[in-house]
Design a protein around this ligand. Structure first.
Ligand code: IMP
Ligand code: MG
Length: 178
C-alpha cells in the first residue's frame, strides 16, 4: 500500500533567525533612538518575532497588538480583511512600527497600513521577518525585512500550519513524498 510521508525541511535555523533578529533590533534601536516607538504585533503569527525583537531592543518602546482575519477561502471576498482585535490606545502623533511575521500577497498588510495611517501617527513603518515577494499582488513599502524566502508554505517560529507548529524555534516547510 502506498503511503505518503511528509518530511520537514528547515529553511531557517534557530541560530540564523536569532542572529538576524538581533541585527534588526540593533538597526531599529539606532534609527528610533529617542523616539519611543510603539511596536504593533499582528496576531497571531508575529508573537514570537515580536517577543525576540523587543527583548533585544535597547531603546524605550511600547508594544500593542492587532488581529485581523482574511476571507481568502471565499472567492467573492478574496482579499477582504476584517479587524478582529484593535489597539488598546490612540496612536495619533506617535512613531508606529507594524510587526508582521510574513508578507505574501500584501493584502493583509495593505489593509493594516491604511487603517493605521488614518489614525495620523507621526511616522508609520513596517518590519517583517519573512518576505515572499514573488507572491506580491499589492505593492507595499517595507522598511525592515528579515529574510526573503521562496514561494513555499512555511511554518514555525510563530507561523502556523492549520494552527499547529507555532512553537517551533525554526522555520520549515513540508516535502510531500509519495
Ligand atoms: P497576505 O495578506 O497574502 O500578505 O498574507 C499574509 C498572512 O497570511 C500572514 O500574516 C500569514 O498569517 C499568512 N501566511 C502567508 N504565507 C504564509 C505561510 O507560508 N505560512 C503561514 N502563514 C502564511
Ligand atoms: Mg500574520
Amino acid at each position: 500500500m502506498a503511503s505518503k510521508v511528509a518530511e520537514i525541511t528547515q529553511i531557517l535555523s534557530e541560530s540564523q533567525i536569532q542572529k538576524r533578529v538581533s541585527e534588526m533590533a540593533d538597526r531599529i534601536s539606532r534609527e528610533y533612538s529617542g523616539k519611543r516607538p510603539i511596536l504593533i504585533g499582528i496576531l497571531k503569527g508575529s508573537y514570537m518575532f515580536l517577543a525576540d525583537l523587543t527583548r533585544r531592543m535597547e531603546i524605550e518602546h511600547e508594544i500593542d497588538f492587532m488581529m485581523v482575519s482574511s476571507y481568502d477561502n471565499d472567492p467573492h471576498e478574496s482579499g477582504n480583511v476584517k479587524l478582529m482585535l484593535d489597539l488598546s490606545r490612540n496612536i495619533s502623533g506617535e512613531h508606529v512600527i507594524i510587526v508582521e511575521d510574513i508578507v505574501d500577497s500584501g493584502k493583509t498588510l495593505n489593509y493594516i497600513y491604511h487603517n493605521l495611517l488614518m489614525r495620523k501617527p507621526k511616522s508609520l513603518e513596517i518590519v517583517t521577518l519573512l518576505d515572499k515577494s514573488e507572491r506580491r499582488e499589492i505593492e507595499i513599502d517595507i522598511k525592515y525585512v528579515g529574510f526573503e524566502i521562496p514561494n513555499r508554505f512555511v511554518f514555525g517560529y510563530g507561523l502556523d500550519d492549520a494552527e499547529m507548529f507555532r512553537g517551533l524555534p525554526f522555520i520549515a516547510y513540508r516535502d510531500e513524498k509519495g
